[in-house]
Every structure is written in structure tokens, then in C-alpha cells.
Design a binder for this molecule. Structure first.
Ligand code: FAD
Length: 402
């Protein structure tokens, strides 16, 4: 391992890989360091991503896509099913990926562009000098190495510690961590071209159950539950076991994963002197759905573009890196995060009766009028009690975010 690079990337998920690839393609020396022994495993993801969003950056390669999805079904607590075409269903339908292959290939691309990669190598602390990040101390098999870099990218995912060590407040309130459990199941009777989302306070309080097909009779079946709603006997895996006992009693489970998703607002600032924070570490996953693959790609690429220019200009101060922060915040992504945060704040307060009423009223909407503003207008006119629940201030915040 060399001791000095232009760029050090901490974390080998989609955000880190895309940042490393972008910097390397622009001719910078890059080290990507990943604490796990293999890129992409274990998978902690339902693996859904919108087609159009993915195509903004990548055309799927062999082995990336496990299933192509044509529609999403939302199932209300009373069992009523609303069908949504993919373009109306948000960013988590389109493809269900094989992230073991996808994540590895992204890092492969970064390596192909010239980045060095080290696995089983954990960043254990930043090197801080004069209030600026100058690289990190890496631990590889018990041996520590000091790696200095002009710019460090914190891409260390939802459990991110690196930017906190550098002085950025990364605290996520417990209620804004969606705790998840997921089985990879086979032998189950599903529509291989439809994702399914089950909502309801007894099924998944503050979250939802998902079925994301991965081929014939095979799917990721998971649940996310609001962090403050978990207690003994009501952990995500308990909700999941109850769901599959009812829905797929003869299904076979091949894999169990557990993980958290932040459903909070993004970090208030995603840059510091010589530091950029991308992907889940920046808390840019969608607060409504928990989806973060697209945001990781978007912020990883943008960090590469802005950071590369800063390196070329010889100024990687907070101020010089600020265009990264302001660009993603004012982009389609930043606006969607703000809007979906407000919607999520409403969603988690809904009773099963409210959820039933919403799913029924939305299913009657004319699809040509389907956009977020019309959706909210429709929901509120069909369910005026909701407006009372939200209050004047809540309603204004929600509408302002659209
Ligand atoms: C149960 C579940 C289901 C999900 N489903 C979806 C979905 O269907 N669609 C979707 O878009 N998103 C989904 N997500 C979210 C998605 O997985 C993330 O948003 C996405 O992986 C973020 O990419 P990232 O590169 O920011 O972080 P990650 O993919 O988490 O990568 C971070 C990497 O950093 C490494 N790392 C951490 N600390 C260090 C360190 N100190 N040193 C070196 N390496 C370190 C980690 O090992 C990891 O490999 C889901 C998440 C969960 C938990």
C-alpha cells in the first residue's frame, strides 16, 4: 500500500466506488479502502432501483439484474391492493439487482480506471492537522498504516463514523433509524414482475413490508420498523416471521440479513476541510422508502467532479468544496429528499384507518394527473381528518416542500 494519494475513499459501497472511479478517470491517484473482506457481501439491501435513475449513470451489465419489475402493488391494512405502474411507483422499482455482483463490478470499474483497492482494511481514525483532514490511519490485519491524502471521501455507509471523527455531527435520532430484517426466500408464490409493499401498524409500525422478486418463486422479503417502535417480541425479525408464516408458510429461507436505514434529513453540511461525505454516510437515502443506491451513485459521482476540480485548483477547503453540497441539495435528489422527509413524517403518524382511506382514494385517481402535489391534494380532500392531524404548520411545511 502506498503512503500518499490524491484521494482516499473510505468504504467500497456504490457511493465510494463511484467516487473512486470518477477521481481515477480524471487522472488522480486514488486508494479505496473497504473494511470487509469482500466487496458487496454480505448484502444489506432489498436491491431495488428505478430504471431511469440507474440509466442516468449506468447501463446494466451481465449479472447485475435479477429481475425487471413492471409494477408495484401497495397493500392496505384491510387487504385492498392498489397497482402502480413503475413510473408512478417511485425510485425503488424497475430493477431488482444482484448487489453482490453490482457492487463488486463498480469497484472493479474504479480499479480499471486506475484506483488502488484494499479490502479488509478499516479506517480507524482520520489524520487531522490544523483543522483539516489529511488522510487516515488504516488497520489491515492488525497492522496500522498512515495513508495521507489531499482529499478524503467518507463513503462508509449508514454506520458511518469517519465524518463524526472529523468533527461533523452525524447523530441520527433513534426514531429516525428504520430497523430492518430481510430473508432471501425461495419456493414462494409471487408475481415475478411486481414489487409489493404492505403497510399497517400491526404489520410494520412506522415502516412497511416489501417483497422484491429475484426471479421465479424467489424474492427478498423484508420489513422495516421505526427504531422507537421495537421492543422485545416486536423486533423487525418478529414482524417478518409473523408475515411469512401467514403469507409464505411453505417458503424456504436462504439468507437472513439485518440492518438499519436512516430516514432522517441529510447532514446539515457534507463537506469540511479536505473532506467530502457521500451516500448513506451523508444521510441522503430516501426518508420515505429507505432507498439509497441512486443517491449514493449521484453523490459519489458529484464528489468526484467537484473534488477533482478543487484538487486541480489546489484548494480543497470547506469553501472550495461547498459547490458539492449546494449542487446535490438543489438538485432533483435534494428536493425529493426534502419532500419525502415531510411525507414520511405524516406517514408514520397514520392509523390503519387513515392508511386504508388513503390507499382506496389514491387507487381512484386518474393516473394522468398523478404527481406528488395532486396525490397530496387528493389524499387530503378524500380524508379531511388528515389535514386536522397535520395542523396548519404541518400542512404548510408539506406543501412548501413540493
Ligand atoms: C434492509 C435494507 C434494504 C435496503 N433496500 C434498498 C433498496 O431496495 N433500494 C435502495 O436503493 N436502497 C436500499 N437500501 C439502502 C442501500 O443499501 C444504501 O442506501 C446503499 O448501499 C448506500 O450506499 P453507500 O455506498 O453509501 O453505503 P454502503 O453500501 O453501506 O457502503 C459503505 C461501505 O463502507 C464500508 N465501511 C464502513 N466503515 C468503514 C471503515 N471504517 N473503513 C473502511 N470501510 C468501511 C462498509 O463495510 C460498506 O461496504 C437498503 C438498506 C437496507 C439496510
Amino acid at each position: 500500500m502506498k503512503r500518499e494519494y490524491d484521494v482516499l475513499v473510505v468504504g467500497g459501497g456504490p457511493g465510494g466506488a463511484f467516487a473512486a472511479k470518477t477521481f481515477a478517470e480524471k487522472g488522480h491517484s486514488v486508494l479505496l479502502t473497504e473494511k470487509r473482506p469482500a466487496i458487496g457481501a454480505p448484502v444489506r439491501c432489498a436491491e431495488g432501483v428505478g430504471k431511469a435513475l440507474m440509466h442516468e449513470f449506468l447501463k446494466p451489465e451481465d449479472g447485475w439484474v435479477a429481475a425487471e419489475i413492471e409494477k408495484a402493488n401497495i397493500i392496505a391494512p384491510d387487504g385492498f391492493t392498489m397497482e402502480l405502474e413503475p413510473e408512478k411507483a417511485g425510485s425503488e422499482v424497475g430493477y431488482v439487482l444482484n448487489r453482490k455482483v453490482f457492487d463488486r463490478d463498480l469497484v472493479w470499474m474504479a480499479a480499471g480506471a486506475g484506483a488502488d483497492v484494499q479490502v479488509k482494511t478499516r479506517a480507524v481514525s482520520p489524520i487531522m492537522e490544523d483543522g483539516a483532514v489529511k488522510g487516515a490511519i488504516l488497520n489491515q490485519g492488525g497492522t496500522t498504516h498512515e495513508v495521507r491524502a489531499g482529499l478524503t471521501i467518507a463513503a462508509d455507509g449508514v454506520e458511518s463514523k469517519f465524518s463524526r471523527w472529523c468533527g461533523i455531527d452525524t447523530t441520527v435520532p433513534f426514531r429516525e433509524i428504520e430497523t430492518c430484517a430481510q430473508y432471501l426466500m425461495t419456493g414462494i408464490d409471487i408475481d415475478p414482475n411486481a414489487t409489493e409493499f404492505f403497510v399497517g401498524n400491526s404489520i410494520a409500525p412506522g415502516g412497511y413490508v416489501w417483497i422484491f422478486p429475484k426471479g421465479d418463486k424467489t424474492a427478498n422479503v423484508g420489513v422495516g420498523v421505526g427504531g422507537d417502535r421495537c421492543k422485545p417480541g416486536s423486533r423487525p425479525v418478529d414482524y417478518l416471521n409473523r408475515f411469512i408464516a401467514r403469507k409464505f408458510p411453505n417458503g424456504k429461507t436462504l439468507e437472513l440479513i439485518a440492518g438499519g436505514v436512516s430516514v432522517c434529513q441529510p447532514l446539515s453540511c457534507t463537506v469540511a476541510n479536505n473532506l467530502m461525505v457521500v451516500g448513506d454516510a451523508a444521510r441522503v437515502s430516501d426518508p420515505l422508502t429507505g432507498g439509497g443506491i441512486y443517491a449514493a451513485l449521484y453523490t459519489g459521482k458529484l464528489a468526484g467532479d467537484v473534488g477533482s476540480k478543487a484538487l486541480e485548483d489546489g484548494d480543497t477547503s470547506t469553501q472550495a468544496l461547498m459547490p458539492y453540497d449546494s449542487t446535490w441539495r438543489s438538485s432533483y435528489l435534494g428536493k425529493a429528499l426534502e419532500r419525502n422527509y415531510q411525507i414520511k413524517e405524516v406517514f408514520i403518524r397514520l392509523s390503519d384507518e387513515d392508511l386504508n382511506a388513503i390507499v382506496h382514494s389514491v387507487s381512484k385517481m386518474n393516473l394522468s394527473d398523478f404527481n406528488t402535489l395532486n396525490l397530496i391534494k387528493n389524499i387530503i380532500s378524500a380524508n379531511p381528518k388528515l389535514a386536522i392531524k397535520l395542523g396548519k404548520a404541518g400542512l404548510k411545511t408539506l406543501l412548501d416542500s413540493l
